[in-house]
Write a protein that binds this ligand. Sequence first.
Ligand code: GBH
Length: 451
Amino acid sequence: MTLGLRFPDEFVWGAATAAYQIEGATRDDGRGPSIWDTFSRTPGKVFAGHTGDVACDHYYRYADDVGLMADIGLRSYRFSISWPRVKPDGTGPVNPRGLDFYDRLVDTLHERGIDPVVTLYHWDLPQPLEDRGGWTARETASWFAEYAAAVHQRLGDRVRVWTTLNEPWCSAFLGYASGIHAPGRQDPAAALKALHHLLLAHGLAAGELRAAGAETLGITLNPSAVRPADPDSAADVEAARVVHTLSNRIFFDPLLAGGYPPEALELIESLAGLGHIHDHDAKTIAAPIDVLGVNYYAPTYVAGRKGSPGGGPNNPGTEGIEFLPPSGPLTDMGWQIEPAGLLGLLEQIHADYPGTSIMITENGAAFPHTGPDHDRISYVDGHLRAVHEAITRGVDVRGYFLWSFLDNFEWAEGYAKRFGIVHVDYQTQVRTLKESAHWYRSVIARNGLDA
Ligand code: GBH
């Protein structure tokens, strides 16, 4: 018998969710409206007009859900806090009943021996703040830091790991450039201002959390694994470098290397000016972090092609670069399945930002709920092998959070796409462990995979 692939003893095995995607109870206990409540009610924005009003009803079923997590053997659970539950107006007084929910959740997790990992912002901006400019307004960054401090004050004695934002690329570009996510604005200048204010929000909140004694601090990004269509073509390699700079380094460098790369700054200046970037922001944004959260789903292939319109509104500055359509095996989202993309990305972060500790804060796949769950198992198995290989090559990867614990509200796709290892029947709210949940339990139990 062979031992197979074993992960480090301290490796953290978890699963992840986000507030608006699972909680429901959007009008209960004093919660205010978020931009996703508004957006999901806007005709044509979300598949079949689905909303998060009920979602998985996790707000009321959290205790049973934590029981299922314990059945699966999760050591850690990554969830997000709903800003509009904690501060219904976004700023101003705390709504204690909103915090009570997370208090109960955290206590229940501890009772089952599951370590909570908190994300402070997973896209549900309080609508009153969007009405005041949303992420295009500098004040939003300060309000976020105040909210973060309020959450830490209540939960800081029981939560060790804190991350500020989930995927600010999505908040900025999907929210304000292409508009496929809330608030649905389509203005490249607004997107680049939002990007800066999101980074600033992270930095200010990191300062608050550190001062309050947070043990482990970080942020979660969704870096693109950008690959040249033809690695032997100089034009394609250059195209990959440009996209890596404008969609990845535009986040990595301010956070980890003290400032925007010059090419990114040129793009920002040409589209939005530089008036929104203040002298001390670079220092604030570069507040030291303990862990970088990486979410990875699929690679991005690009080619240098003169005359190509580029990657569309989510990728300003990429004229002359073609974004290739996904090919080979795809998930139900139409995303290309390629674990090597994750390995390459991890090695690149390790090489360019040495000493960075990484957690895979999301990885997983949507597949329809028909027949066996082999596709999801094979997706996760393949990506775990990539993570293991990265660790073998010296990358400091501390843990893996499977997206997602439950089937849930998949943003613009509504409930049509199922990422869960636990099936949710939305008519009855009955949960059923999928084959992938049983498989994941055995992975966790033996801290690794068969050879
Ligand atoms: C994550 O987003 C989210 O954090 C999570 O809430 C969500 O449920 C999960 O993944 C599954 O979607 O064609 O321009 O959109 C992933 C977001 C989706 C961002 C794919 C990049 C491709 C570029 N990513 N997207 S674009």
